[in-house]
Design a protein around this ligand. Structure first.
Ligand SMILES: Nc1ncnc2c1ncn2[C@@H]1O[C@H](COP(=O)(O)OP(=O)(O)OP(=O)(O)O)[C@@H](O)[C@H]1O
Length: 671
């Protein structure tokens, strides 16, 4: 007795994907066939792989095929495979939910259904769902190898699907598309036409390694149908001479293995015969996968041994930072039933890995040299992963340094390599300078850059969190030190300057001591600055301490203990000079301590951080503003420095009048 069909609703993201598939104006509708045939081919691959250890799974004389069965009268097309099939649970799980969290998130964010959506759709593994571009109802019957039960899945793509028991005489899967009417204006052809099917297979699925066949045609002369003749050549793309493979064939192959519908950025086809033999077609994608930076991400790299797929997501053939590389590698030198552990320690695998890694790096290098725009497009998509390599791939570290690009103080939108930076270094500059921060804007506002600007020295702007990793592991490039503009002391160049600065240091010593004592909870040293030319103060860290950016990242969401930093003062700034005069006049003047705190709070705000004690800081600022009002002349032009020059040094309560603690030179330029 037939059981009642069980109804399920699609996961919200799947329905969204379906809506996009159905409504987006995707022109190339015929590629649904490539997607379904790819799934069929994968299913056969999986069965053959499973059968390596369970020979009972393969029926005697198993000659796997992918059959296309058109029915012009019923207006259906069935795609049938002798693959591994699915259990009931697998059907519900695989064809009803999206497992990959990155894809789910991206879909959840994707609201519009306009042209943008049509483009974006290429980012998701649409696979099976592409059937709904050409069919208004889809029926799938499948039986898992090694079981007797078959299951039927049906859906009209309208939010729900039904699952019920079914019959199937052998393992495998059949997918029947109830085709939409032919509509050539919208790119829907007659997919029951043998000629159309033959053309699509030839064009988009020629490289599938199993025969794709149409049922033999019955003719008047032949009582039995003519034998099935494969529509595809079945030659895997990597086994063909590169000169004979067209760009379109590579792109189709890429789309088959990646389910990314956008064109690959670069294709690498390599065939090596020697100590170790292998063939590989690798792709640099034009876009990184949505879940590339998730811990569970698996690379889209297939490993074949003599054309038998042994690993769909091989992590052994390329370093982890190259997990965005997609493609297929085939080698006859590896054992068929390879375990992960064996793969990792296999000598041949190691050799292949080394060679392929180098190949990809060389390709990127060439791209950087010959097509800068394309390389920058790659960099903006995947540069972050390359930076991971700098920290982890010691063998290729030097080559990777050459690939790095950064923003810099030179030009707002431009990216520069380290070599280009070094090439522009003016005389007198011996190090490569950078500053890390949350954004270009924040870095640009940092007072720590003042002297660099004045000297005309370029500073690299490191705004990506992984840049912190890069600069921790790279200390030199072409013999030039990489130095943070916000770390350690920046020396003034020239002997004369040094002498005068030594003298100044001595003069300021007692004053700085008092500030330091007042700020000791947060600051480990108060000293004179070599990097300030305009601002009164800046916070820096010692040479080997964490940068504020790294500290912020590490204490994300937690109240971490902050490391004590160094407060640098600009000795020639009127605010600092005025304050020192107050100190010289009366070493116990309470104003000096309050100003120390204000300067510290100001420096924190200037770099984009919060004052340590915002309440205390605002109180100090309010007090200062009040005094400013009490003492400032009533004329609106009072802000000019000439007017304030005659302003009193301090009020009766002992505070210095100033409109702002920071930039206002006027308020403190007093005698
Ligand atoms: N013909 C088939 N035989 C067996 N399983 C299939 C078949 N078609 C689809 N599947 C299963 O359904 C899953 C979802 O298919 P779909 O085409 O939507 O995504 P996919 O992108 O191929 O999946 P993957 O992320 O594994 O590449 C497949 O991963 C596979 O497990």
């Amino acid at each position: 007795m037939a059981e009642q069909a069980q109804q399920f609703t699609f996961q919200a993201e799947v329905q969204r994907l379906l809506d996009l598939v159905i409504h987006s104006l995707y022109t190339d509708k015929e590629i649904f066939l490539r997607e379904l045939v790819s799934n069929a081919s994968d299913a056969i691959d999986r069965l053959r792989f499973e059968a390596l250890t369970r020979s009972d799974l393969l029926p005697e004389g198993h000659e796997p095929r992918i059959r296309l069965i058109p029915d012009a009268e019923a207006r259906t097309l069935t795609i049938e495979d002798d693959g591994i099939g699915m259990t009931r649970d697998e059907v519900v799980q695989n064809i009803g939910t999206i497992a990959r969290s990155g894809t789910r998130e991206a879909l959840a964010q994707l609201k519009d259904k306009g042209d943008g959506a049509a483009q974006l759709i290429g980012q998701f593994g649409v696979g099976f769902y592409s059937s709904f571009m050409v069919a208004d109802r889809v029926e799938l019957v499948t039986r898992k190898a090694g079981t007797d039960e078959a299951v039927r899945w049906t859906s009209a793509g309208d939010g729900s699907f039904a699952v019920s028991d079914a019959e199937r005489d052998r393992p495998g899967t059949s997918i029947t598309l109830h085709l939409k009417p032919v509509d050539s204006e919208n790119g829907i052809e007659d997919y029951t036409d043998r000629w159309v099917l033959g053309r699509i297979v030839k064009q988009h699925a020629d490289f599938i390694t199993y025969p794709i066949v149409l049922p033999g045609e019955k003719t008047e002369e032949l009582a039995d149908p003519a034998p099935e003749k494969p529509l595809n050549s079945m030659k895997p793309i990597w086994a063909r001479p590169p000169s004979e493979v067209t760009a379109e064939e590579y792109a189709d192959f890429y789309k088959q293995i990646s389910h990314d519908w956008s064109e690959p950025l670069e294709t690498i086809h390599t065939r090596v015969e020697g100590l170790v033999e292998y063939q590989a077609v690798l792709f640099i994608p034009s876009r990184g996968a949505n879940d590339l930076y998730y811990a569970g991400f698996k690379p889209n790299l297939r490993l074949y041994v003599k054309r038998m797929l042994v690993r769909e997501n091989s992590e052994e053939l390329l370093p982890r930072w190259m997990r965005w590389v997609r493609g297929a590698v085939d080698s006859p030198d590896l054992p068929l039933n390879v375990s992960r552990e064996m793969l990792q320690s296999d000598r041949h695998v190691r050799q292949i890995r080394r060679a392929l890694t180098k190949k990809v790096i060389d390709t990127l290098k060439k791209l950087q040299e010959n097509d800068r725009a394309k390389y920058e497009a790659f960099w903006r998509e995947l540069g972050r992963a390359v930076k991971e390599g700098v920290d982890s791939d010691f063998e290729n570290r030097d080559a990777l340094l050459g690939l790095l690009l950064f923003g810099s103080s030179r030009e707002a939108e431009a990216l520069t390599s380290l070599a280009e930076y070094v090439g522009r270094m003016p005389e007198g500059q011996s190090d490569i300078w950078y500053l890390t921060g949350a954004s270009r804007e924040q870095i640009e506002n940092s007072p720590a850059l003042e002297t660099f600007r004045d000297r005309g020295w370029e500073v690299l702007y490191l705004t990506d969190p992984v840049d912190e990793l890069v600069v921790q592991s790279v200390t030199e490039f072409e013999g030039k030190k990489l130095r943070s503009a916000g770390k350690g002391a920046v020396e003034l160049e020239g002997a004369e300057k040094k002498e005068s600065s030594d003298e100044q240091k001595k003069e300021f010593e007692p004053f700085l001591q008092v500030l330091q004592t007042r700020l000791t909870t947060w600051v480990k040293e108060v000293r004179l600055s070599g990097r300030l030319t305009k601002s009164p103060a800046v916070l820096v860290v010692a040479e080997h301490d964490y940068s504020p950016q790294l500290e912020r990242l590490m204490s994300m969401g937690r109240d971490g203990i902050r490391q004590r930093r160094i407060l640098e003062l600009n000795a020639s700034h009127p605010l600092v000079q005025g304050l020192r005069r107050r100190f010289d006049a009366n070493a116990d003047d309470g104003v000096v301590g309050d100003y120390a705190e204000l300067l510290l709070g100001w420096s924190l705000l200037a770099e984009g951080s919060e004052p340590h004690d915002p309440v205390r800081f605002t109180q100090l600022v309010a007090g200062l503003m009040e005094t400013g009002l009490d003492s400032a002349p009533s004329s609106p032009s009072a802000a000019s420095s000439t007017e304030t020059e005659s302003a009193p040094v301090a009020d009766s309560d002992g505070s210095v009048p100033a409109s702002e603690a920071g930039e206002s030179e006027a308020a403190t330029a007093t005698a």
